[in-house]
Design a protein around this ligand. Structure first.
Ligand code: S3P
Length: 435
């Protein structure tokens, strides 16, 4: 069990390197395994979550060679997978479980997926219902609502499905299964969720028809192997963006960050709150926009957060709560009930974490109200086993009035293994202890 003791730091200056995008890495690994031929994936995310997907794909008979900054995946086509001999363990990774289920339902063998105690409590009915509509044979605890999930692969039929929630994991699970169906599938969502699967499919030569911003028509086809470079993960950059804003006299640069519009709602929110952030050198990388981010410390003001922006900042809720705690006045986030079924119940865990450090917070079923601007006190906080809560509270502690101790921070390894290294560079007085 690792704990981190943080003594407030001085200004932060310079460049901060961040890992490759976690969402894109999952998709690159799964889709290159479904492609015909060998594909090199550069600058992949080396977090534990991505290794859950990598190791599951290996257990399905696909060779993945691993070097420090690249993976070589030898794809065998849509149905080149073989029956795994063991249960596939997705650990803490919802993306692994939901996307792999889409892939496995259309194969011709039996497989079982499970995960850690957090993942086994997360809703799976949202993918099982549409996959069953496609003819999939899947069972799970409580009628298929929770993992472990057992899948007897079968030939899938096409479907036309309207998802009740905007979820990229639901959309991606169905689009991946659709590649294995007999006829074209139409998928509709209430608002556009992150679109990395669609962009990656197009990169691998699949034709997608957008009937509108939220309605996709996919005609099954084979995938052609093509190398790709994964952009830096905006969701990892977000922690240091907020660090640069809340620690006085800081100036930081983060290069080669993915700037997909479906992911960067936090930039728009922070700008409305008064943040000084500049984006330069935007270019295209395997269908994804990438650029450099410059941040200068700023006095933030509280704001009413537009749920449309928040949907594009779904994983940034913990660090946005920290920004709001340092902003003058009230910040209100609404319409985000799905945050209760992430790696932790993030509305509850952020309410409790901020209250412990002295912030005035109201918890609501679908969001939070934070009255910020008073000095945070130092105390002991837990990560609740959630990597994003851990990193958000570590950043908050950089500008608290006293020393903070954060416990149970091993979970940071799921998305950002180099976080503690980078953190120690900006806060040299912090102490990492493993017991
Ligand atoms: C993800 C989609 C989002 C996000 C998660 C990663 C993905 O979840 O919260 O961390 O890679 O597709 P939902 O699709 O459930 O909103």
């Amino acid at each position: 069990m690792t704990r981190l003791t943080i003594t407030p730091s001085g200004p932060i200056n310079g460049e901060i390197p961040i890992p490759g995008d976690k969402s894109i890495t999952h998709r690159a690994v799964i889709l290159s395994a479904m492609a015909e031929g060998t594909c090199t994936i550069r600058d992949y995310c080396n977090g534990e979550d991505c290794f859950r997907t990598i190791n599951a794909i290996r257990a399905l008979g696909i060779s993945i060679e691993e070097k420090s900054t690249e993976l070589r995946v030898s794809g065998k086509g849509l149905r080149g997978f073989s029956e795994p001999q063991h249960i596939l363990d997705c650990g803490n990774s919802g993306t692994s479980m939901r996307l792999l289920t889409g892939l496995l339902t259309g194969q011709n063998f039996f497989s079982v997926l499970t995960g850690d105690s957090s993942l086994r409590q997360r809703p799976m009915g949202r993918i099982i219902t549409p996959l069953r509509q496609m003819g999939a044979t899947i069972s799970g605890r409580q009628g298929g609502e929770f993992a472990p999930i057992a899948i007897q692969g079968t030939r899938l039929q096409a479907t036309s499905y309207t998802s009740p929630i905007p979820s990229a994991q639901v959309k991606s699970s169905i689009l991946i299964a659709s590649l294995l169906a007999e006829h074209p599938t139409t998928f509709c969502e209430p608002a556009r969720s992150r679109d990395h699967t669609e962009r990656a499919l197009q990169h691998f030569g699949v034709h997608l028809d957008y009937k509108s911003d939220t309605v996709i028509h996919l005609t099954p086809s084979s995938l052609v192997a093509k190398d790709l470079t994964v952009p830096g993960d905006f969701s990892s950059a977000a922690f240091f963006i907020v660090a640069g804003l809340i620690v006085p006299d800081s100036r930081i640069t983060i290069r080669n960050v993915g700037l997909n519009q479906t992911r960067i709602g936090l930039l728009d929110i922070l700008k409305i709150m008064g943040a000084s952030i500049q984006i330069l050198d935007i270019h295209n990388n395997a269908g994804e926009p990438v650029g450099d981010i410059y941040v200068q410390s700023s006095q933030l003001e509280g704001a009413e957060i537009d749920p449309k922006n928040m949907l594009r900042a779904i994983d940034e809720f913990p660090i946005l709560c920290v920004a709001a705690a340092f902003a003058k006045g009230q910040t209100r986030i609404t319409g985000m009930e799905d945050l209760r079924v992430k790696e932790s119940d993030r509305i509850a865990t952020m309410t409790q974490s901020l209250r412990r450090v002295g912030v005035d917070v109201d918890e609501h079923q679908d969001g939070i109200v934070i009255r910020g601007g008073t000095r945070l006190r130092g105390t002991e906080c837990s990560s609740y086993g959630d990597h994003r809560v851990a990193m958000a509270m570590a950043i908050a502690a950089l500008n608290a009035s006293e020393t903070t101790t954060l416990t149970n921070i091993d979970c940071i390894q799921t998305s950002f293994p180099s976080f503690l290294n980078e953190f120690q560079k900006i806060a040299p007085a912090c102490l990492v202890e493993t017991s």
